[in-house]
Structure formats: structure tokens, C-alpha cells
Design a protein around this ligand. Structure first.
Ligand SMILES: Cc1cc2nc3c(=O)[nH]c(=O)nc-3n(C[C@H](O)[C@H](O)[C@H](O)COP(=O)(O)OP(=O)(O)OC[C@H]3O[C@@H](n4cnc5c(N)ncnc54)[C@H](O)[C@@H]3O)c2cc1C
Length: 283
């Protein structure tokens, strides 16, 4: 690995000053489970690495019924699998974190790192988008908030500007039921070939859908909302035929690549299969 200067700020303002000072040549490191692999492989060349793990402002996990959830960017995957707040109000996030990586990696890896790495296969992106998450980005110039679905720009690219940090993720109070299903060759320790999140707000019984969100991972350059599929479900009875129609629409809306991990036609087909299973799992 190339040599680099390593800074460990202990306040947010110190971290933001460092990022502003070394604008453009800096890498932020949180858990390091993505970044260090890239640096070792020479895919990321940074003269300066700013370690944000000691910043106290970035590890909150609070909930109230009016504002919903505030999740600091430094929340680890392990914390998601253990938090009573997450279990009670957003169980899909605990379930998703549980199928990511290993216990050792989950102790280091952060929610912010998973999103800022901007891999199309990032497992937390589809369920968080389905839940209506927004991200708060902060720099020495100020703070801004954008919906998470607008945060991803391309493979490995996000809306983060040089000098900017992801501070926290906010979620509205939970509505309806949400599921995330992941397909990968190995059950554990593997990234998704396809990931499908679905959130349904039911109307009365569990067979009528008022509103739906369908979000696909690993089948487009960015995590993708399948709007046509959502429209097929919204305001309809969830019959077998309707679910099949929504699944087919989602398979058509994505643009997967062919690679060693899966052919494009197979990924499309798996989108259909996982969406059907996902809807049935929350009915
Ligand atoms: C063995 C193994 C298994 C894995 N399994 C999975 C899996 O099943 N599913 C999955 O989705 N991922 C998986 N990963 C990838 C990785 O563990 C996750 O993406 C993790 O959440 C990254 O978090 P981190 O804190 O380690 O990020 P880091 O490596 O520290 O950072 C990742 C990127 O985000 C930037 N960054 C981090 N935090 C911030 C912030 N707050 N503000 C601005 N930029 C920031 C960094 O500069 C870097 O570009 C796996 C990795 C390994 C090594």
C-alpha cells in the first residue's frame, strides 16, 4: 500500500476543517472494510486519510413516533442487529444487517460506509430507500439533506462533494411492512447478485395494497426504485395475478449486467422471483 498521512479528529469541526484543507486528495475512513481493500489493490490512491471513528456526533440511534429514526453514519452493522429500537420499529434493517458479511466485519462496518461506498449491490440501500430514508451531508460550508434514492450517482459514485461527510440517515416513522430478500451464490459472506426490497402499506386486510415501494439492488448502476412495479400494486388487491404482473414489471425495469457472478437474464428472472417472495412474506 502507498504511504499516506492518517488523521484521527475527535470533533466534527476538526474533521471538516481537515477535509476542507486537503480538498479532493482525502479519503474518509470509517470501518475500513471497503476502503482498505481498495487502497491495498491500488484502486484508491489517497495522500491523506481522515479516520472519523472517534467523532461523537456520528453514532446516534434515536427514535420517536413523530420524527422517526435518526441513525448516525457510524452506526455499525452489528449495532443494527442488536438494537431494540431497530427490532421494534424497523426489523427489516436488523434482518438485512444480519445477512451481511460476518460477525467480525459487522463489528467494524458502518451504515454510512455501506452507503458512501455506493456499490450497486450495497445491501442496506434497497431497504433504506424502501423505508423512505434521507441522508444529511455536512461540510465546512454547511449541511444539506437529500432523499437517499437521489444519493447514488453511479457504481462507486455518490452525491457526496469533496470535503463532505455523511453525518446521519433519517427515516420517517415506519408505515406498512417491509422485506428485503437477497440472492447470492453463497448464503453468507457474499455480495448480492440481486437484492429486492418491498414495502407495502396495506388497506384494511393484508390483501389490499394502498401504497407500495419496490427497490432493486445489484441490477442497475445504482439502487433502483421500480416505479412501474409500484404502480401495478398501488390501490389494488394483491391477487396472485397482480403480484405476478408487478414482478414482471420489476424484471423489465432493471438493467442488469452480464458478469461472472450472474447473467443479465438470470438477474432479471431473480428480481421477479424475489419480489413475489418478498410480497408474500409480508402479507
Ligand atoms: C468479507 C466482507 C464481506 C462483506 N459483505 C458484505 C455484504 O454482505 N453486503 C454488503 O453490502 N457489503 C458487504 N461488504 C462491504 C462492507 O463491509 C460494507 O459496505 C460496509 O458497510 C462498509 O462500511 P465501512 O465503515 O467499513 O466503510 P469504509 O471502508 O470505511 O468506507 C467505505 C467508503 O465510504 C466512505 N465513507 C465511509 N463513511 C463515510 C462517511 N460517514 N461520510 C463520507 N464518506 C464515508 C469511505 O471514504 C469509502 O469510500 C463486505 C466486506 C467484506 C470485507
Amino acid at each position: 500500500m502507498r504511504p499516506f498521512n492518517h488523521f484521527t479528529p475527535t470533533t466534527l469541526s476538526e474533521a471538516l476543517s481537515l477535509l476542507a484543507e486537503h480538498n479532493g486528495k482525502t479519503s474518509v475512513i470509517a470501518g475500513g472494510t471497503d476502503l482498505l481493500l481498495k487502497m491495498k489493490a491500488g484502486l484508491r490512491k489517497s495522500n491523506v486519510v481522515v479516520n472519523i471513528k472517534r467523532l461523537p456526533n456520528l453514532n446516534c440511534l434515536t427514535f420517536n413516533a413523530i420524527d422517526g429514526l435518526k441513525l448516525g453514519a457510524l452506526t455499525t452493522l452489528r449495532e443494527l442487529t442488536r438494537s431494540p429500537i431497530i427490532f421494534e420499529h424497523y426489523p427489516v434493517l436488523a434482518q438485512t444487517a444480519h445477512i451481511m458479511a460476518s460477525e467480525q466485519i459487522r463489528s467494524l462496518a458502518t451504515v454510512g460506509g455501506n452507503l458512501c461506498n455506493a456499490a450497486p449491490s450495497a445491501d442496506l440501500a434497497p431497504p433504506l430507500i424502501a423505508l423512505g430514508a434521507s441522508v444529511n451531508l455536512i461540510s465546512s460550508a454547511g449541511e444539506r439533506r437529500i432523499p437517499l434514492e437521489n444519493f447514488f450517482v453511479g457504481p462507486g459514485k455518490s452525491a457526496l462533494q469533496p470535503g463532505e461527510l455523511l453525518k446521519e440517515i433519517t427515516l420517517p416513522p415506519p408505515v406498512g411492512k417491509t422485506a428485503y430478500l437477497k440472492h447470492s451464490p453463497r448464503v453468507y459472506m457474499d455480495i448480492a447478485i440481486v437484492g429486492v426490497a418491498v414495502r407495502i402499506q396495506f388497506e384494511g386486510d393484508r390483501f389490499a395494497c394502498r401504497e407500495a415501494r419496490v427497490v432493486l439492488g445489484a441490477v442497475a448502476p445504482v439502487p433502483l426504485r421500480a416505479h412501474q412495479s409500484e404502480d401495478v400494486l398501488a390501490g389494488q388487491n394483491l391477487t396472485e395475478e397482480r403480484i405476478l404482473q408487478a414482478a414482471k414489471a420489476a424484471g423489465q425495469e432493471c438493467s442488469p449486467i452480464d458478469d461472472v457472478r450472474g447473467a443479465a437474464w438470470y438477474r432479471r428472472r431473480m428480481v421477479e422471483v424475489l419480489l413475489k417472495r418478498g410480497i408474500k412474506s409480508i402479507q
